[in-house]
Design a protein around this ligand. Structure first.
Ligand SMILES: C[S@@+](CC[C@H](N)C(=O)[O-])C[C@H]1O[C@@H](n2cnc3c(N)ncnc32)[C@H](O)[C@@H]1O
Length: 277
């Protein structure tokens, strides 16, 4: 392997871009277009610099060789987009609070548990928003709620478990909500989600291309992740999702996302919102 000092030329060559495109598709189902060349180059460059490697091909060999799973995760983190914030996309939360939870409350047996899955939970803002919404709506009832939160990226999951956020993530919260559900940290800038809410959410790593097992859900949020998949991967992912929903249960996608043809298992309710048949 050359070292960086020997090779100042760190351009990502088309063949090297192809190696990472294939890797991301194989491992995460994510299609990275050729137009992402500059983004891939600049994000991976930081890893090459940190490791003192002289080419993107060397970095690819490293992350695909046995025993380097931690660096593979860093590569994945560099190449995926984890943008999120609390109560992102108001219409979805209006539906969760105004329709989905009230209807469930009316029909659920005494003492029943509402089960939800945030299926690409990133740094945790989405599953904690759901836990806050459920806590507020089910307070004073005999009902309980559990939120499962998964992501392929273990770095974002580690941050999610801490539940510490700055002003960008908290931008949509009312002062009352911030006070009730968050503990201000001594640095004055950041807040931590209170334990009552953190205890409602369980984080674990999961690749959406793989099936999963467990009790069926009343609601799955699969938001702002399908956009990274091609139609074959979407078909696989939506099949796994359909298998985890109770009949009549809800699926919410990102604002710009659709079922792209996988319609037999779901009924359309409103843009990005469906019910399991
Ligand atoms: C833009 S974030 C979406 C966060 C949140 N759902 C929202 O809408 O605010 C997309 C997340 O999808 C995750 N992701 C990408 N491919 C995945 C896969 N194959 N399986 C599970 N998660 C994946 C990324 O790691 C990233 O955290």
């Amino acid at each position: 392997m050359q070292t960086m000092a020997e090779s100042p030329d760190l351009q990502l060559k088309p063949g090297e871009l192809r190696l990472f495109q294939d890797l991301m598709y194989r491992e995460a189902g994510i299609r990275m277009a050729d137009a992402k060349h500059n983004l891939v180059q600049s994000r991976l460059r930081q890893r090459l610099d940190a490791l003192g490697l002289a080419s993107y091909r060397d970095y690819h060999s490293l992350v695909t060789s046995p025993g380097n799973e931690a660096e593979f995760q860093r590569c994945l983190e560099a190449l995926t987009t984890n943008e999120t914030f609390f109560f992102r996309h108001k219409q979805h939360w209006d539906c969760v609070l105004g329709q989905i939870i009230p209807e469930w409350k009316r029909t659920a047996a005494k003492g029943a548990t509402f089960r939800a899955w945030s299926a690409a939970s990133s740094t945790g803002e989405e599953p904690y928003s759901l836990a806050i919404a459920l806590d507020a709506a089910l307070d004073g009832t005999s009902h309980a709620a559990r939120v499962e939160a998964t992501d392929i990226n273990t770095q974002v999951l580690a941050r999610a478990k801490q539940g510490i956020y700055g002003s960008y993530a908290l931008q949509k919260l009312t002062p009352q909500c911030l006070k009730k559900y968050f503990q201000p940290l001594p640095d004055g800038d950041r807040h931590q989600v209170r334990d009552t809410i953190r205890q409602m959410v369980e984080f674990r790593s999961h690749n959406l291309l793989q099936p999963s097992r467990g009790p069926a859900f009343d609601l799955i949020l699969l938001r702002n992740v399908l956009i990274y998949f091609d139609s074959d991967s979407k078909h696989v992912v939506l099949g796994h999702i359909a298998a985890r929903l109770k009949p009549g249960a809800w699926l919410i996608l990102g604002g710009a996302e659709t079922l792209s043809g996988r319609t037999s298992e779901f009924s359309y309710v409103q843009p990005a919102t469906y019910r399991r048949n």
